[in-house]
Design a protein around this ligand. Structure first.
Ligand SMILES: C[S@@+](CC[C@H](N)C(=O)[O-])C[C@H]1O[C@@H](n2cnc3c(N)ncnc32)[C@H](O)[C@@H]1O
Length: 305
């Protein structure tokens, strides 16, 4: 695998697949469950036996199971209590529950004692089936009110990941850009911008799943036939304190029919491309290209002006 920038995933082992009875217990039918085959090559390449592998979005425990199968310790956070139970049972059926730490909640709320240092963060971020319809929110990112809020949540989680990742460790995030109705939301690229403020990018790999399209239950026209695996390393010389972005982009909207501020996280998520982004300006005068700096809230202001 190390010599390829792609990974073809055309077979899911029945032995390690999420069992049907556990899948049936999940209200979403386990539609966002990954494959062991997706995680194993990354566990093998980016960690060693005895290391701890952490998944901040543990889901059904696919990363954790892959880690335990390779004699790594496993640790994961999951906000869905039902899924925590499914992970426990899945690992127990493989007699691999020992050596695993499960934390119920979002990792950005954890202190150091609750989340000891780890060598590898390996995760599939939540996005498949997101609607961003303005529903009430909690720490469940699938329920984020808006795309901007979703990016905020991801940023908070990966800030915490950075604090727990040991020097020389790797952070690997699997994600796609999304077509939602008529819009394209560059989630993979926006997440890469956030991660780029925290880690050093090593490479991207493309995971290819040649299966039939999956239903998302929303107008998300994403069938998860491919994903990016964005590979980063931790380097203490990348200064996360430069990340002083506002909680969300509050670009004054240049649309003529409204004076309301834009709540999108990036011009790509905005209905206008003429938005300005005052928080990142270094002078009050009309900004020049060089007067703008990128920020880690996923804002693409510099790139798309
Ligand atoms: C794509 S799924 C992960 C599936 C996992 N890779 C697997 O194959 O078992 C993303 C998971 O993130 C969880 N999640 C969403 N927001 C979260 C948060 N703030 N903290 C922890 N987990 C969260 C969701 O409940 C969901 O189970």
């Amino acid at each position: 695998m190390a010599s390829h920038s792609w990974l073809l995933l055309d077979h899911e082992s029945p032995r390690y697949r999420l069992p049907e009875d556990l899948r049936a217990r999940d209200p979403l039918g386990g539609r966002d469950c990954g494959w062991i085959e997706q995680m194993l090559p990354f566990v093998r390449q980016f960690s060693a036996q005895g290391d701890t592998v952490f998944d901040p979005f543990a889901g059904f425990g696919t990363t954790l199971l892959a880690a335990r199968l390779e004699d790594r310790l496993a640790s994961g956070c999951e906000v869905d209590a039902g899924r925590i139970d499914l992970i426990r049972e899945r690992l127990a059926r493989h007699e691999l529950a020992h050596g695993t730490t499960l934390l119920h909640g979002s990792c950005d709320a954890l202190d150091d004692a609750a989340l000891p240092p780890f060598a590898l963060c390996l995760t599939n971020v939540p996005y498949f089936g997101c609607r961003w319809t303005g529903a009430p929110v909690g720490s469940q990112l699938y329920d984020s009110q808006s795309y901007a809020q979703h990016l905020d949540g991801l940023r908070n989680v990966f800030h915490r990941v950075r604090a727990g990742l040991r020097e020389g460790g790797a952070c690997i995030a699997m994600v796609q850009n999304i077509r939602l109705g008529e819009r394209v939301l560059p989630l993979a690229f926006d997440l890469a911008r956030i991660l780029g403020s925290l880690f050093t990018m090593e490479e991207e790999r493309v995971l290819v799943y040649p299966h039939d399209g999956e239903e998302t239950g929303s107008d998300m026209r994403t069938d998860r036939r491919h994903e990016y695996a964005l590979v980063w390393s931790f380097a203490s010389n990348v200064n996360a304190s430069t990340c002083k972005a506002p909680p969300r982009c509050s670009m004054p909207c240049a649309r003529k029919d409204t004076a309301s501020p834009c709540s999108a996280a990036s011009p790509a998520g905005c209905t206008t491309r003429k938005a300005r982004h005052p928080q990142t300006r270094t002078s009050a005068s009309t900004p020049t290209r060089s007067a703008w700096t990128p920020c880690c809230n996923g804002c693409a202001c510099r790139a798309s002006r």
